[in-house]
Design a protein around this ligand. Structure first.
Ligand code: OAD
Length: 253
């Protein structure tokens, strides 16, 4: 098949056979096959009239905490039925073949850990966790105080709880970002998988890796601003391509 993206994977397989340090940067595309809409997909149903870029901000939460909280509770509800897909499981399996394999994810769905990935850096937080909006400490829902509305309150200071996710205009968790940059600068092969590569600072990680000498692979059915700089572009879905990569890596010869 002329346009089989797998045909020119031999260069990647050769690299992986000698590599010891791998980074896989993932975005919403990796969870699309788990039924979770990508971030820039049209919002479905009740929330269609809200622009996510409007709701995912500290200002929106300060102005309308219940609306923002309910929107994230709706998204958290979507997660309740979501399961890791073949792409998540293949990444977890791939990691066992290398001494150093880090998943750096922009996703907040927790599906990489659920699929068994041992080392996951969550750059944008995790929707399954809530934290005090004043003290920033994680609060288990069962420990939270109820309020007259759907909002929950911190048992220590009484401030509303918010999702433990990074909002627009907020800094990423410093330790997570520093680990991700270090891993990108030291890796032999860097995968950018299922991300549009539009949001900084995550979008700079592939460039750091490339500049430090890594072999850069983009795995995405669509082109992105990164495509022109990748050593290898695979126009495929992660749930299909990653299991095939694993099989090719494991096949003798
Ligand atoms: P986007 O929705 O911007 O991009 C999703 C990417 O996944 C697109 O490039 C799709 O082509 C690709 N894609 C779709 N289905 C796929 C599949 N089955 N396999 C592989 N790729 C597929 O999501 P992100 O790039 O993750 O940040 O967005 C990055 C950040 O923007 C999010 O973390 C969020 C948002 O602002 C915050 O909320 C802070």
């Amino acid at each position: 098949m002329q346009n089989d993206p797998m045909l020119d994977w031999q260069s990647l397989i050769a690299k992986l056979k000698t590599a010891t340090r791998i980074v896989a940067l993932t975005g919403a595309g990796v969870s699309a096959e788990s039924g979770i809409p990508t971030f820039r997909d049209a919002q479905t149903g009740l929330w269609a009239q809200y622009d996510p870029l409007e709701l995912a901000t500290p200002q929106a939460f300060a102005r309308q905490p219940q609306l923002v909280w309910d929107w994230y509770e709706w998204r958290r509800g979507l997660l309740a039925h979501a399961q890791p897909n073949a792409g998540h499981f293949a990444l977890a399996e791939l990691a066992k073949r290398f001494p150093h394999f880090v998943v750096v994810t922009q996703n907040i769905d927790g599906l990489h850990a659920q699929a068994g990935s041992a080392e996951v850096i969550e750059l944008h937080g995790n929707l399954r966790r809530a934290k005090c909006s004043r003290e920033e400490i994680i609060v288990a829902r069962e420990d939270a105080r109820a309020t007259p509305t759907s909002l929950l309150a911190c048992p220590h200071c009484g401030a509303y709880l918010r999702p433990d996710v990074v909002w627009f205009g907020e800094a990423l968790p410093r330790a997570a970002l520093e680990r991700a940059v270090r891993a990108a600068m030291q890796c032999h092969v860097f995968f950018s998988i299922g991300t549009s590569g539009l949001v900084e600072p995550a979008a700079s990680l592939p460039r750091f890796a490339r500049e430090a000498g890594a072999f850069l692979v983009e795995l995405n059915p669509e082109p992105t601003p990164l495509s022109a700089n990748a050593d290898l572009v695979v126009r495929a879905k992660s749930g299909e391509a990653l299991p095939r990569l694993l099989r090719q890596l494991d096949s003798p010869g």
